[in-house]
Write a protein that binds this ligand. Structure first.
Ligand code: SF4
Length: 368
């Protein structure tokens, strides 16, 4: 945790009122249901940054070098947004490794250092660390660091709050696994509800969307890709519908061991859906300049060729134009529809050739 010297009035007020700012970016898309249950149980008020806008992106991008990937630029923009709202007590987690020798990319690992160096405003950065590989520092140590600035040190209280966090997190995942879209499931989970859809709409085409939550579910970053595909009559499947066992099997199906912490969302998801006959094609979404994703997409592309599964690789950055993005989506979906129609016609033709012609005597009998 970094506490600035000569703490300013805003920071002190935030700590006294138990207010924590969470940037709506990066790990937010994975961990927020847990944070919501956890911090609420301890009486800590969460203030989220506003949804991503063009301004969030451009303000974040203006503070870092051009080569930095888009999600990090967006994250910086969200920290600035919280500061502009008067929130000066901000959680910037240091997520090093989630298991033995399973690491995050260097940009995620160095996120607190990056923020410290580029955001030149006084604020209290809660830099809780999760590092199972080097320091054997797991979730409970991480959570204790999150709440220590608020004077909460009672282990039993923290444990009880973590149960509330898991409850909310598990409720969210029960709903996404049943096929509910991300934002709907999040909204119900935050209201403490579990709603299972009784009717699931049938779609003629199914596509697996492969990418990190911060790339797929940030509606500005990904230009509402899920909504766009659904409007094209496409069912969208993603990592959110899969169990951790299915994701691990997916990574193994691509012939290697897990190395990156967020690999489930890429190779795990792709490996699973490549083998699924109900999936007509895959779309990968990666940020320009992302090293780990470029390696993973290479593996996915090779495997997709082996399985004969259509694959569209889309790369995004802050310059990506919506028109070109939509054109590529439409062309891919159109190709999948044509392929599906052709396979149905072929099946009909094959079955016609395979059977002898038999006149429909029923009709003759009826006429006579
Ligand atoms: S995994 Fe890739 S996109 Fe995500 S933060 Fe690291 S470099 Fe950026």
């Amino acid at each position: 945790m970094t506490i600035v010297e000569n703490m300013d009035v805003g920071i002190m007020a935030n700590l006294k009122e138990k207010v924590i700012g969470i940037p709506r970016a990066m790990s937010f898309y994975h961990n927020y249901p847990f944070y919501f249950g956890f911090f609420n149980d301890l009486g800590i008020k969460i203030v989220l940054s506003d949804v991503t806008t063009k301004q969030t992106m451009s303000e974040g991008a203006s503070l870092v070098v051009t080569e930095t990937c888009l999600p990090i630029k967006v994250y910086v923009g969200h920290v600035l947004n919280l500061l502009s709202k008067g929130v000066e007590n901000i959680l910037v987690p240091s997520l090093q490794s989630v298991d033995t020798k399973i690491y995050n990319c260097s940009k995620i690992r160095g996120l607190p250092d990056l923020i410290r160096n580029v955001v030149k405003k006084p604020f209290n950065m809660i830099e809780a660390t999760l590092d199972k590989s080097e320091k054997n520092q797991g979730l409970y140590e991480f959570l204790a660091e999150c709440v220590a600035p608020f004077g909460i040190t009672d282990k039993n209280l923290i444990k009880k709050a973590s149960k509330a966090g898991w409850r909310c997190y598990n409720n969210f995942h029960v709903m996404t696994k049943s096929g509910m879209p991300y934002s709907k499931a999040l909204s119900y989970a935050l209201q403490g509800k579990v709603v299972i859809l009784s009717e699931v709409k049938e779609y003629p085409i199914s596509i697996a969307l492969v990418g990190h939550g911060y790339n797929i579910y940030d509606e500005r970053v990904c230009m509402k890709i899920v909504d766009k595909l659904e409007k094209m009559d496409v069912k969208v499947c993603s990592a959110l519908q899969l169990s951790s066992e299915q994701l691990s099997e997916g990574i193994a199906a691509l012939g290697h061991d897990k190395y990156w912490a967020n690999e489930d969302e890429m190779t795990g998801t792709a490996g699973h859906y490549l083998k699924d006959n109900k999936i007509d094609g895959l779309i990968t979404i990666t940020a320009f300049g992302c090293g780990p994703d470029s390696l993973m997409v290479e593996r996915i592309t090779r495997k997709a060729k082996q399985y004969g599964k259509p694959l569209l690789n889309l790369t995004i950055d802050e310059q990506t134009g919506e028109a070109g993005f939509v054109t590529r989506l439409e062309a891919f979906v159109d190709m999948l529809f044509r392929k599906k129609r052709a396979s149905i016609v072929n099946k009909i033709n094959i079955s016609d050739n395979d059977t002898e012609y038999k006149p429909n005597t029923d009709i003759i009998e009826t006429i006579s």
